[in-house]
Design a binder for this molecule. Structure first.
Ligand code: SF4
Length: 214
């Protein structure tokens, strides 16, 4: 997996939103580990990508659409773009995910970034997108509102800052996420967390010692 140094992959935003360290391991260090979840996700996207464009009941379905935003420095491919007839045309990005809907915005951020690319490429305004969750066979309609847009732009900017720094961030404090993370063996989050605690204590002592100097 190689990243374009000028442009961020759309899928990388979900990595950053889930855990900045996971993003760093994949996109700075180019580490990748497959587990059951990533393998199933890949198979799902291959199935979705294999289709061709079709038209049904006033909606055109375009699959595997290539995306680019010069303004935001993003590139990638979307699973499905629905274009509803009308004046103006209504564009709806649709992303397929293996699991279930989540409280957190990880998936919605990736979807919103797709919407921002579509707006730039087709000179339109996207009001909604959808995420189709394979495990529960559920389609979640997502409003591309100002809050989600701001969160997405912020994630893009933070992820780019990590790429520019070339440094992998520390482990997330959300330890539960590590259980579902394909990179847990490579990441060694507990060791890095322990290192951080040791460094914190040693920094504290060196600070106290400095404070006692005349
Ligand atoms: S194991 Fe935990 S800290 Fe490490 S990359 Fe995965 S989620 Fe982040």
């Amino acid at each position: 997996m190689t990243d374009d140094p000028q442009r961020l992959m759309l899928s990388a935003l979900q990595h950053y939103a889930f855990c900045p360290r996971q993003f760093g391991l994949i996109h700075v260090e180019q580490a990748w580990a497959e587990n059951r979840f990533t393998a199933e996700g890949k198979i799902l996207h291959e199935r979705v990508d294999s289709g061709v464009a079709e038209q049904r009941k006033g909606i055109r379905y375009e699959r595997g659409v290539l995306l680019l935003s010069e303004t935001l420095g993003l590139t990638g491919k979307m699973d499905l773009l629905e274009i509803e007839s009308g004046d103006p045309l209504l564009y709806r990005p649709v992303e397929y995910k293996r699991g279930k809907p989540k409280l957190e915005d990880w998936d919605r951020i990736q979807l919103c970034a797709q919407a921002l690319c579509i707006e730039e490429m087709r000179a339109t305004h996207v009001t909604h997108g959808a995420i189709w969750y394979w495990e529960v066979r559920k389609r979640e309609l997502v409003e591309i509102d100002d809050k989600l847009r701001a969160e997405t732009v912020n994630t893009i900017s933070n992820a780019k800052a990590v790429l520019d720094s070339g440094e992998t961030p520390p482990p997330t404090d959300e330890k539960k996420r590590c259980r579902a993370c394909s990179l847990c063996d490579l990441c060694q989050p507990d060791i890095f967390r322990a290192d951080r605690s040791v460094k914190y204590v040693s920094d504290l002592y060196s600070h106290d010692e400095r404070a006692e100097l005349p």
